[in-house]
Write a protein that binds this ligand. Structure first.
Ligand SMILES: NC(=O)c1ccc[n+]([C@@H]2O[C@H](COP(=O)([O-])OP(=O)(O)OC[C@H]3O[C@@H](n4cnc5c(N)ncnc54)[C@H](O)[C@@H]3O)[C@@H](O)[C@H]2O)c1
Length: 440
């Protein structure tokens, strides 16, 4: 049985590990965060992602998954090491300290190994990073030579949080960047049971594909958000427009839902990173800059809609439904909810928040500046405005009658367009939604 080590116990690492264990490999996770390692050793997932907890507990119990803080040791006893550490944005530039640390530890781990080792970079990194940064570090730390003693591949990850296991097992394609056929063969073999299209390219093309992919999706979201803002001016509903243009197969309906902006650990930081890296090479990517700038303003549309509807927000009780950057995750990194809540607080509003999964993360961000509600309905109790910020299914299922009974003033600002405006208005709500233009 092949033994895989995975460096970095975040969303990508843990999903990769439990899925490889499902396929039948032995997996050793490592992380610098001893608390995460200790949780995994007990079979407890350090992040929320549907299906992960059950799989992790089972594989730990059956001895297929283990966790440690020692990356070098894990590399020494495995034959393939995946780097899945974070590549955050610091001052707009990519921070490679995690990747460098992981590469150094893996290098130290394989120093005395006789067997050929493969290192796979799954973290999102700027084109050229694997060749110019990762390989030299591993060679220096191990005293070994790439292509002879060890091989390196780039395997960008395209999973969507909330659907991550499905996306790993049934991906649209698997991209493998490689330098030597030997390393490519070994990585291909790991994915043998996954039926999809394999795109085999050189290392820096694989790195670029990930940025192009995220940039396009982010651009699509900002595009429809801009269209939504224009629709409001002309008394047009963006939902109808998006439906019609989505039927054009050249456009396609995915990522064409107007709302209060994108967030998460990838789109914003990846766009900033590729913009900054392009500028360093003398090119200014204005389309990508515009994508980010539309997105920065979009959450504030919620505040404008609230003010247009109920006036001054000072002292007004406002309920926020949804804090995670999207449904199905507890991840609040760069979530639009953060900007919305902070702006409401600046306006002097009294903010009460609810989320089915992200309350613990929210407490770390907002402390005692906001009130935390156990249920969506209790958040709406006594509120003069309810804002839908994340499209959790449980919010779709709420009865508008129950909501109306709870609220002091029945005003809904729908940042994700999950409520039927006609139905809401028939029940006496004042309904405002992103891109829901009305004739005046
Ligand atoms: N989250 C996603 O949906 C997603 C999707 C595709 C690609 N990615 C990319 O995958 C990478 C990982 O993302 P994530 O969201 O899983 O990250 P994360 O921040 O959730 O987790 C990263 C983990 O790496 C650990 N770490 C950092 N440096 C380390 C080191 N030197 N040795 C051992 N552990 C170390 C951290 O302690 C942390 O637990 C990033 O490059 C990201 O851009 C993420």
């Amino acid at each position: 049985m092949k033994h895989i080590s995975i460096v970095g116990l975040g969303y990508v690492g843990i999903v990769t590990g439990v899925c490889f264990a499902d396929i039948g490999f032995k997996v050793t996770f490592t992380d610098v965060d001893a608390q995460k390692v200790e949780m995994v050793q007990r079979g407890v997932a350090p992040i929320y992602e549907p299906g992960v907890q059950e799989k992790l507990a089972m594989h730990v119990k059956e001895g297929r998954i283990e966790a440690d803080t020692n990356t070098a040791e894990a590399a020494a006893k495995s034959s393939v090491s995946f780097i899945t550490v974070g590549t955050p944005s610091v001052g707009g530039r990519i921070d490679l300290s995690g990747v460098k640390g992981a590469a150094r530890d893996i290098g130290r781990g394989i120093t005395d190994k006789d067997e050929y080792h493969v290192v796979v970079i799954k973290s999102t990194v700027i084109p050229g990073t694997t060749e110019e940064v990762v390989i030299p570090i591993i060679e220096e730390a191990s005293g070994k030579v790439e292509g002879k003693d060890f091989g390196v591949c780039v395997n960008p990850e395209f999973l969507r949080e909330g659907n991550a296991i499905r996306d790993f097992m049934k991906p649209d394609r698997i991209v493998i960047g490689y330098k030597s056929e030997k390393a490519l063969k070994i990585v291909e073999e790991l994915f043998r049971k996954i039926k999809t299209t394999f795109v085999k390219v050189d290392l820096r093309t694989a790195e670029m594909i990930k940025y192009a992919n995220n940039s396009f999706l982010a651009m699509k979201v900002s595009f429809i958000n801009e269209v939504a803002n224009i629709c409001e001016l002309f008394g047009v509903d963006v939902e109808t427009v998006a439906h019609a243009i989505g039927l054009d197969f050249r456009i396609n309906p995915k990522f064409l839902r107007a709302g209060c902006g994108f967030g998460g650990s990838c789109f914003p930081k990846d766009l900033r990173a590729i913009i900054s890296a392009s500028k360093e090479k003398g090119y200014r990517p204005i389309l990508l800059e515009a994508t980010l700038s539309v997105n920065e303003k979009q959450p504030l549309r919620m505040i404008e809609l609230a003010k247009e509807t109920i006036g001054d927000l000072r002292g007004r009780r406002i309920a926020i439904l949804g804090l995670s950057f999207k449904p199905g995750t507890d991840d609040m990194r760069e979530a639009p909810s953060i900007k919305i809540v902070r702006n409401l607080l600046e306006e002097g509003a009294r903010v009460v928040v609810h989320d089915p999964k992200a309350m613990e993360n929210a407490k770390r961000i907002f402390g005692d500046e906001v009130e935390y509600a156990d249920t969506a309905l209790s958040a709406l109790k006594g509120a003069e405005c309810g804002m839908i910020v994340t499209e959790w299914d449980e919010y779709r299922k709420l009865s508008l009658r129950d909501i109306k009974e709870m609220m002091k003033v029945p005003v809904i600002i729908d940042g994700r367009r999950i409520i039927n405006p006609k139905e809401a208005e028939q029940l006496g709500f004042t309904y405002r939604g992103i891109g829901f233009g009305r004739r005046v």
